[in-house]
Ligand binder design. Structure first.
Ligand SMILES: Nc1ncnc2c1ncn2[C@@H]1O[C@H](COP(=O)(O)OP(=O)(O)OP(=O)(O)O)[C@@H](O)[C@H]1O
Ligand SMILES: [Mg+2]
Length: 167
């Protein structure tokens, strides 16, 4: 019989495949927050991650399959996340219509829907350390985000001046 005595793994990953429907935005947000809590993030950083993932999944729900006939089968959005304790990597992918001009779509206030603000990508960019958007028209879009715990990004000597982390 094998005994399980190995230390906690340094790496972890998850994959959540969902229908691209509004109810699943909250599911993705909760899931990624629980996963992110395995790293040394502050509550503010976890909130940043929740918001960024909400924006990415909302885009898949709202835009990716907007060319499909209403009432038909919904498309799929996949949330993948991985970490090595030092960085959290998140990928939100759909197989929808794709984005014609990614650089234009990433501009703040650019939207193809006059009801919207066009701020989703700008929010993802400012709330994460890295944002990469890969899209192919007719094939889909993948948004990759990387977030590192601030404590891991800028280690400081104990008691160093300017350390404004909560005590
Ligand atoms: N997954 C996607 N599939 C297809 N098009 C997308 C996708 N994500 C974004 N887009 C396109 O990029 C544009 C910009 O996206 P962004 O999230 O910045 O703004 P928005 O969704 O229009 O507005 P907001 O996010 O403020 O509600 C969208 O209007 C849409 O045309
Ligand atoms: Mg958006």
């Amino acid at each position: 019989m094998r005994t399980v005595s190995s230390p906690a793994p340094l790496k972890n990953h998850i994959r959540l495949e969902m229908a691209a429907v509004p109810d699943n935005v909250a599911l993705a947000r909760v899931t990624v927050a629980a996963f992110a809590s395995q790293l040394d993030f502050t509550l503010d950083e976890i909130e940043d991650i929740r918001v960024a993932v909400s924006e990415a999944v909302t885009n898949a729900v709202v835009h990716a399959y907007s060319d499909r006939a209403p009432g038909g089968p919904s498309g799929t959005v996949t949330l993948e996340a991985a970490h090595d304790r030092e960085a959290l990597t998140i990928a939100v992918a759909d197989q929808g219509r794709g984005i014609v001009d990614v650089a234009l779509a990433r501009q703040p206030a650019y939207t193809t829907d006059p009801e919207r603000m066009g701020l989703g990508f700008a929010i993802m960019e400012s709330f994460c350390d890295e944002l990469d958007v890969v899209s192919e028209v007719g094939r889909g879009t993948t948004v990759k985000m990387v977030k590192r715990p601030r404590a891991a990004k800028a280690p400081r000597a104990e008691g160093a001046a300017g350390d404004d982390r909560p005590v």
